[in-house]
Ligand binder design. Structure first.
Ligand code: MLC
Ligand code: AMP
Length: 507
């Protein structure tokens, strides 16, 4: 049988992630029913354990966190919020935000994380689609935008300052109950809400806990945003499930990360490749060697960067691969070869295969995979193949040894610093500028960001000032989506059917 046929049907062997002596048949990723139930169990077992640290506030114990989240859940309940009600969460990382998030999940609310860097146009789209009765935000202007889009929404600060209340059935959740709606863009340019159930969150957190040997002795430096699955479903959920602890940082800053590693005796760091690029440039890069484990994801980690970190700190970064809709799919093994340029093999419970020829589209199945987009049957139908496997939109190559390599995308997407930018959305915004006749947005390779956003613009007559065009974009797009470079052309290169031929754009 030719190699391509074998790869196409092969599901990758995830048992290779398990510690020796543990059989796949003995693993039930959903045994604990839901994360809130599992977390509450950990807090009850060791209430005095350190759980969450933030500069200025010091350590919060597991027992105190349990009580605080119970109190916040009581207040949200007293304010009239009930199971399955959506609540927007949009704030910089803080202990208050984490408490509000966990309280909402314990109560059975469905959390809609929203990037606090979004402009009104982006906020309005999400709010109109999700129709949340409440929002927790750390900025009055954003609160006003939400109220404008959802007339009677209750707008709260991260401290959830409301009258106290009691709630009897906390943590009473089943695998199928919705937990999160994460908005993720698509080729249509307008984001759609991926509904993740409690079972998806639990299965994925258990898989990485097992694969990365995450224990209650571990301490994570968590400097990722808490409005994407990387920071939330990998960093925070994993910490709470393992019974470990986390040092929360308000934003990523290499010195602050390395100081936290030293002062708080951290054992884990997770980041996107741009973070590793900045850490590698720090004169303190050797200090990464103190950590038990460093994991990279959300965008490709250049093998040269992987090698540089290994050389200078001794750290063999584990690269893993995920998507919003499936949470974590694959990882390099904890024990075994950590191969630069590869995203490793399927995580416990996850099945990965390729569709069609090799390289082909990466398909994923398993208890980690979401069941659909919020109120969008068409997008949901398009997201799965005829056998119910999720189409990731990533193109990959699967080796006979189970290691997966990502080689491209089915559709245009730019990944800048770990954030996905859909060219279509940026194009649609720029096209509303009166001086723009045509536009094509592409990714330009960048060592630091992976890719940056470049716009090729055909003006109506005279070219608008690039600064004016960028200011126009800044009103309507979050900073990471804005073009870094604008280039003017007389015409876009098009093929016979009128489609823009991106590879023929000037370099
Ligand atoms: C910030 N800027 C960016 C940017 N982040 N521009 C392009 N791409 C980005 N990712 C803007 C800033 O707003 C600022 O604009 C300018 O760039 C310089 O900012 P900075 O101070 O250097 O950036 P910083 O705030 O330090 O942010 C860099 C970063 C951040 C790498 C820390 O981008 C980040 O936290 N990325 C993580 C993204 C993430 O969590 N992704 C997970 C998705 S989940 P101006 O105009 O003010 O100068 C997923 C699934 C999976 O993908 O597998 O995990
Ligand atoms: P999002 O839709 O924001 O969740 O982003 C998911 C996308 O990030 C995936 O479809 C991949 O394209 C990309 N991605 C995540 N991890 C990696 C990785 N380790 N290497 C390459 N791409 C990655």
């Amino acid at each position: 049988m030719p190699m391509s046929k074998v790869s196409r049907v092969m599901a990758t062997p995830w048992h290779r992630h398990l510690p020796s002596g543990i059989e796949p048949a003995a693993i039930d990723l959903l045994a604990e029913r839901s994360l809130p139930q599992a977390w509450a169990q950990r807090w009850a077992e060791a209430p005095d354990r350190d759980l969450l640290f933030m500069e200025q506030q010091g350590w919060l114990s597991a027992g105190a966190f349990d009580r605080a989240t119970r109190a916040v859940a009581g207040r949200l309940h007293a304010a009239g919020l009930r199971r399955r009600d959506r609540v927007i969460l949009s704030a910089a990382p803080s202990v208050a935000l984490v408490k509000a998030y966990v309280a909402a999940l314990r109560l059975g609310l469905v959390v809609v994380p929203l990037n606090p860097g979004y402009r009104e146009r982006e906020v309005t789209h999400v709010v109109r689609d999700a129709e949340p009765p409440a929002a927790i935000v750390d900025d009055a202007e954003r609160g006003a935008w939400i109220r404008r889009a959802a007339g009677n929404a209750l707008i709260l600060g991260p401290d959830v300052e409301l009258p106290d209340g009691n709630v009897a059935d906390l943590d009473d959740l089943d695998a199928g109950d919705p937990a999160l709606i994460c908005y993720t863009s698509g080729t249509t340019g307008s984001p759609k809400g991926a509904v993740l159930a409690h079972g998806n969150l639990l299965a994925s957190a258990q898989a990485i806990r097992l694969a990365w040997r995450w224990s209650d002795n571990d301490r994570l430096v968590l400097a990722l945003p808490l409005f994407h699955v990387h920071g939330l479903c990998v960093g925070l959920h994993g910490t709470l499930l393992a019974g470990g602890s986390a040092v929360l940082q308000p934003r990523f800053e290499p010195d602050a990360v390395l100081s936290a590693v030293r002062r708080q005796e951290a054992t884990l760091f997770f980041g996107v490749p741009t973070m590793y690029h900045r850490l590698a440039r720090s004169p303190r890069v050797t200090e990464l060697g103190r950590l038990r484990l460093c994991v990279s994801g959300s965008a490709p980690l250049a093998p040269a960067l992987w090698e540089r970190i290994r050389r200078e700190s001794g750290q063999h970064v584990v690269e893993r691969y995920g998507t919003t809709e499936t949470l974590m799919n694959t990882s390099n093994p904890y024990d075994g070869e950590r191969r630069p340029g590869s995203v490793g093999m399927a995580l416990p419970g996850v099945q990965v295969r390729l569709d069609g020829e090799v390289p082909g589209e990466i398909l994923v199945a398993g208890p980690n995979v979401f069941s659909g987009y919020w109120r969008n049957a068409q997008a949901t139908a398009d997201a799965f193949d005829s056998q119910g496997w999720f189409r990731t939109g990533d193109i990959g190559r699967l080796g006979a040894d189970g290691y997966l390599r990502i080689e491209g995308r089915v559709q245009e997407v730019i990944i800048s610093g770990g954030f996905n930018v859909y060219p279509r959305e940026v194009e649609e915004v720029l096209l509303t500028h009166p001086g723009v006749a045509e536009v094509c947005v592409v990714g330009t390779p960048s060592e630091e960001w992976g890719e940056t956003v470049t716009a090729f613009v055909v003006p109506v007559d005279q070219s608008p000032e690039p600064e004016a065009l960028l200011a126009f974009a800044a009103e309507r797009l979050a900073a990471y989506k804005r073009p870094r470079t604008v280039r003017f052309l007389n015409a876009l290169p098009r093929n016979a059917t009128g489609k823009v031929v991106r590879r023929e754009l000037p370099a």
